[in-house]
Design a protein around this ligand. Structure first.
Ligand SMILES: *Cc1c(COP(=O)(O)O)cnc(C)c1O
Length: 410
């Protein structure tokens, strides 16, 4: 008799996103003619950059002839892409990486989920609250998160990010082995300054912890002094793994390509206290369990580093950020308190009069026929907030705002 991984049973009970679909379906059943607008999902809407399309066509042609055909690629990803990343994403910020410290993948979700394989299942972990749920779910499946009680996992340290601390996570008063940070943040849309991030790096150095730094939204940063990479902070190479993705930077959610940086010198210890580098283990792990992402996807990613590619993705990000500016400005004028949306495509909106997130979600669904994401579905500290995304067409975004205005003003 094969025994199931019972951690799956625990996971099922905590899945709040299924609730959103359920409530939308209930609304549709009673309002079959309604035309819903969603500012809820975190998926992009604008087409790929022309430079990317061109590179993909060419890559398809490569596959058509024997001399330029590509089969299995190197498990770490093609060197030309890793070199382009090092040269364009890091060097201009004064960060010197070796292409061998960069691991190409099929997007950040896989690696945020899998990276925990590097360390023992019983390491302690901390997350910010609210948080992107994938970080926790992967730790539930290997038993690290413990059991789910009263909306929280028993073995997880939650670091609340709320109005009182201006959404800056406070350094824990005890040591933890693993810390997940995501900046610019999904869902709050907020960022950390260099000084704030430095405190986390220093904490990790002092406590011999590892930071898993998700920088999927770094391309959305507008203010000049905000760090794009954790390696802008001195000492971070020894304690931080950085996860990045082309999904939000260049609309690759359907193409699939991202990368993870594991610097040389980043170590953890064995039970007997022997210090070992993690990068070679990640290499083994990927070789054993993954074939990475396709040649065509990697050529597509390479194209965003050409002068045309850079300019084209800059324009699309600008388009989304203009949506964010419009949403922020209009909702603020309506008297709502709005956070984020200045260095990230997310807006974190406080519900009026302390209305619970789910109640406001339903009020807006029925009143304005606009879908948002309830803040509490990202963690208990998200209660009393909703998340809006700026990833829609301009027209859709403006129509949603118009409906919200009519709804709130009548
Ligand atoms: C969208 C997103 C990613 C990117 O995920 P992919 O698997 O690369 O598409 C990573 N982290 C966060 C927090 C995200 O919201």
């Amino acid at each position: 008799m094969a025994l199931i991984n019972e951690h799956f049973l625990k996971l099922r009970k905590s899945c709040l996103f299924a609730d959103i679909t359920k409530r939308i379906n209930a609304f549709k059943a009673t309002h079959p003619k309604a035309n819903l607008i969603s500012l809820g999902t975190g998926d992009v809407t604008q087409p790929l950059a022309p430079a990317v399309i061109e590179a993909m066509h060419k890559a398809v042609e490569d596959m058509a002839t024997k001399d330029t055909f590509h089969g299995y690629g190197p498990s770490q990803g093609y060197l030309w892409l890793r070199e382009a990343i090092v040269k364009n994403d890091y060097l201009p910020r004064g960060i010197h990486l070796d292409p061998n410290e960069v691991f190409i993948n099929d997007g950040a979700k896989s690696d945020t989920g899998n990276i925990g394989d590097l360390v023992r299942w019983d390491n302690s972990m901390a997350v910010t609250d609210p948080i992107f749920p994938a970080y926790i779910d992967s730790n539930v499946l290997n038993g690290r998160a413990g059991i789910f009680e009263n909306g929280r996992w028993s073995n997880v340290t939650y670091i609340p990010c709320n109005e009182r601390n201006a959404f800056v996570p406070k350094i824990p008063d005890h040591r933890v082995d693993m810390i997940y940070l995501c900046y610019p943040n999904n869902p709050t849309g907020m960022v950390l300054s260099k000084e704030e991030l430095r405190q986390w790096v220093n904490y990790a150095i002092h406590n011999d912890s590892i930071i898993f730094y998700d920088a999927a939204y770094e391309a959305y940063i507008q203010q000049p002094d905000i760090p794009h990479s954790i390696y802008e902070i001195r000492g971070a190479r020894k304690v931080a793994i950085e996860l990045r993705s082309f999904s939000k930077t260049a609309g690759f959610t359907g193409i699939r390509c991202g990368y993870t940086v594991i610097p040389k010198g980043l170590t953890a210890t064995t039970m007997t206290g022997e210090r070992m580098e993690l990068a070679p283990f990640w290499h083994h792990r990927q070789a054993a369990k993954s074939n990475g992402t396709s040649y065509i996807s990697q050529r597509a990613a390479e194209a965003i580093y050409t002068p045309e590619g850079k300019e084209q993705i800059r324009q699309t990000i600008g388009y989304y950020m203009e949506n964010a500016r419009i949403i922020r400005q209009e909702l603020t004028q309506l008297g709502l308190t709005v956070y984020g949306g200045e260095n990230a495509p997310y807006l974190w909106v406080k519900t009026p009069a302390d209305t619970p997130s789910w109640k406001f979600f339903e009020q807006m669904l029925y009143g304005a026929q606009v879908v948002c994401t309830p803040g509490v579905s990202f963690g208990l500290a998200g209660e009393g907030f909703i998340r809006l995304t700026s990833f829609s067409d301009r027209d859709t975004c403006q129509e949603a705002i118009r409906r919200i205005k009519v709804w709130l003003c009548t």
